[in-house]
Design a protein around this ligand. Structure first.
Ligand code: CMC
Length: 427
């Protein structure tokens, strides 16, 4: 007999079907609830709500597992490249050699930016945050590069155009914000090397592309490439559910990512570490501030809605920190602070009881600093990495016959009906 859930409400019994995912995760299908009973469910933050079926990313927050299309994140970080991982996420398959070559050719062809788009950059105030610029630019792409026809091959070009141009746009935002000349993409360089070259090449000191830094950047982007139904991906799906164009849906994702509780945490971690360093705060003081409910201070880079153990991405990022810092032979004083904070928090009863562990952002800022990426570009780096994930999720969403426009209900808690009072009678 098929298993069901039974709900007794107002003396009436309702039978609700159960759904089981391919990894055994279970859900109660409540689609008939409101119609049958007049009740809705109440779940702020949607922590208990499955909003879609998805075959892209699997996470087990208790065991610290993360897989893209079934492939463990550890294997991808070790053996894959960002471009190959993007292909895997978007198409569901690892590419053949021919497919990978064709993808690289398209990424190269699409890498320059429309000259008229460059004019936008010049008009931003010098201190404008690059995330705001990036979100606006991706939205503006709709006007410069209308979506191609809804045919797989054509849409694939739109995805590759986005993946290619976001890298050019990000590097350009940085160069212009520093008042430096724009460096154009080079067809002889791979995706990550091209980005580093566009960021750091100069007439005085030509940029030397280092293969270890290129590897580190690939790993960084792979680790950020998807994370199932997180805040920004949900933003992409929600905005996309109104059938808006892909550029606008992705631009919404970039805006959502900017927040310090989400992708902005990588910048917030380094800001926090710099503050600790400059103000001479002790680790003990930080932990006690983080524990204090009346203090807004949070240990940034710690805690996660899904992971109740060490984030598997943080483990890889932590290892990468050591590799990169020894490679560039630089000691970062913030690394000592981060390590002390981690030890103290992992041994603290508050963090233990609440299952708060380092997340991907705890060490990623140190890695990016070592690569020479400025702090205000950290979340942009996350966005470049997350783009293939957003595209894959958007694509899945628009093709899913079960999906409807996202339109949640609410529990109204405002005034009961009251009459309008003319302004002269309001006292
Ligand atoms: N420092 C101190 N206390 C914390 C922290 C933290 N970093 N994170 C959670 N808590 C406490 C929180 O105060 C709450 O306590 P109580 O039960 O007494 O109310 C409890 O732990 C549960 O936290 P929550 O905020 O209800 O959990 P959530 O699932 O809503 O939020 C989170 C998850 C990631 C927003 C949160 O842990 C946080 O703010 N962390 C710091 C920001 C951060 O590092 N964000 C990056 C997340 S990973 C990158 C990404 O994928 O976005």
């Amino acid at each position: 007999m098929k298993e069901v859930a039974k709900l007794v409400i107002d003396g009436k019994e309702l039978t609700l079907p159960l759904i089981e995912g391919s990894q055994g995760e279970k859900a109660i299908d409540i689609r008939s609830l409101r119609q049958e009973t007049g009740y809705i469910t109440f779940d702020p933050g949607l922590g208990n709500t499955g909003a879609c079926r998805s075959s892209i990313t699997y996470m087990d927050g208790e065991k610290g597992i993360l897989r893209y299309r079934g492939v463990p994140i550890e294997q991808l970080a070790e053996h894959s490249t960002f471009v190959e991982t993007a292909f895997l996420l978007i198409t569901g398959q690892l590419p053949t050699r021919d497919e990978l070559t064709r993808t690289s050719v398209y990424l190269n062809d699409f890498s320059p930016l429309h000259e008229n788009m460059k004019a936008f950059y010049q008009n931003y105030p010098p201190k404008a945050h690059p995330m705001g610029i990036l979100s606006a630019m991706v939205n503006a792409m709709r006007s410069f590069y209308p979506e191609l026809l809804d045919i797989e091959e054509e849409m694939n070009k739109t995805y590759l155009r986005l993946i290619s141009k976001i890298r050019t746009m990000a590097a350009m935002a940085y160069r212009i914000s520093k008042g430096e000349r724009v460096v154009y993409p080079r067809p002889d360089l791979c995706y990550c090397a091209n980005f580093l070259n566009m960021m750091f090449d100069s007439v005085v000191i030509p940029y030397h592309v280092d293969k270890d830094l290129v590897k580190a950047l690939n790993v960084f982007l792979i680790l950020h490439a998807d994370h199932e139904q997180n805040c920004s991906t949900t933003a992409v799906r929600v905005v996309g559910s109104g059938k808006v164009n892909i550029y606008s849906a992705l631009s919404a994702g970039i805006s959502a990512l900017w927040g310090p509780l989400h992708g902005g945490a990588n910048q917030a971690v380094v800001n926090m570490l710099e503050r600790i360093h400059s103000e001479g705060l002790t680790v003990k003081e930080c932990i006690s501030k983080a524990r204090d409910r009346n203090d807004p201070f949070r240990l940034m880079g710690f805690g996660h809605r899904v992971y109740k153990t060490y984030d598997p991405r943080a483990k890889i990022m932590k290892k990468m920190c050591d590799v990169i810092l020894s490679k560039i032979r630089r000691k970062d004083p913030l690394l000592d602070i981060v390590q002390e904070l981690e030890d103290a928090a992992l041994n603290d009863s508050y963090f233990k009881e609440k299952n708060l562990y380092p997340n991907v952002d705890f060490y990623s800022g140190i890695v990016l600093r070592a690569m020479g990426i400025p702090t205000n570009m950290f979340t942009v780096m996350f966005a470049i990495g997350r783009l293939p994930g957003w595209i894959a999720q958007w694509k899945e969403d628009v093709a899913d016959p079960e999906m409807r426009i996202t339109r949640p209900r609410q529990i109204y808690s405002g005034n009961l009906k009251q009459d309008y009072i003319p302004i002269d009678d309001r006292g």
